[in-house]
Design a protein around this ligand. Sequence first.
Ligand SMILES: O=C(O)COP(=O)(O)O
Length: 226
Amino acid sequence: MNVCLAPLPIVFDLDGTLIDSAPDIHACVNTVLGHHDTLPLTLDQVRSFIGGGVEVLWQKIIAARDLPDDKIPDYISAFMLCYQDATQMTRLFPGVAEALNLLADRGYPLGICTNKPHAVTCGILDHFGIANLFGSVIGGDSVQERKPHPAPLRAALLGLGADPLNPKALYVGDSEFDAACAAAVPVPFLIYSQGYRHTPLADLPHLASFDDFAALPGLIDMQPAD
Ligand SMILES: O=C(O)COP(=O)(O)O
């Protein structure tokens, strides 16, 4: 690491990157579907619908189950009631807490940019005891637009003191939404290969990929500082 220069701000995606939230989301989706006498979805189906935020999740569910789309607001309210504090089956991916603490100790300003609603995001960060590591947390309802639009990532970068229009920073994520958002800002993108992506890695623009959080601090240290 170049110790003479300011460490780069690092912004992280949440679902599929820091946390495996699919089992809790899956359970709440099926609770809501059950209340509407609709067949449950598999964990793989629900996992493949995560990443665009709660509205996109439910658009994909109603398409998969041929449900009336004028009921989306009702489905979303019922889902949020179930999901607002559902952390029982959610896990940090292996090595996440260690990597984040190491990066924070090395002085990297850390942020979150997720399409998950802000309050739920903060609850999850608190639950895992990592909320204090992040200087900026942008959720799917923090600004008007959602990823892949660049606005939420720019807001997260601004919160870390970076120039949102010409940022020297990194975005770490797992999905098509994250890759497109990073390219739109633009900011170099590091992709976690064990997340919820369905596109081959080679087809997503990225600076580097990693499959183990133990490798992330070294990968970040290799990037030129600001
Ligand atoms: O789809 C969601 O609710 C959140 O997904 P993200 O954390 O990957 O942005």
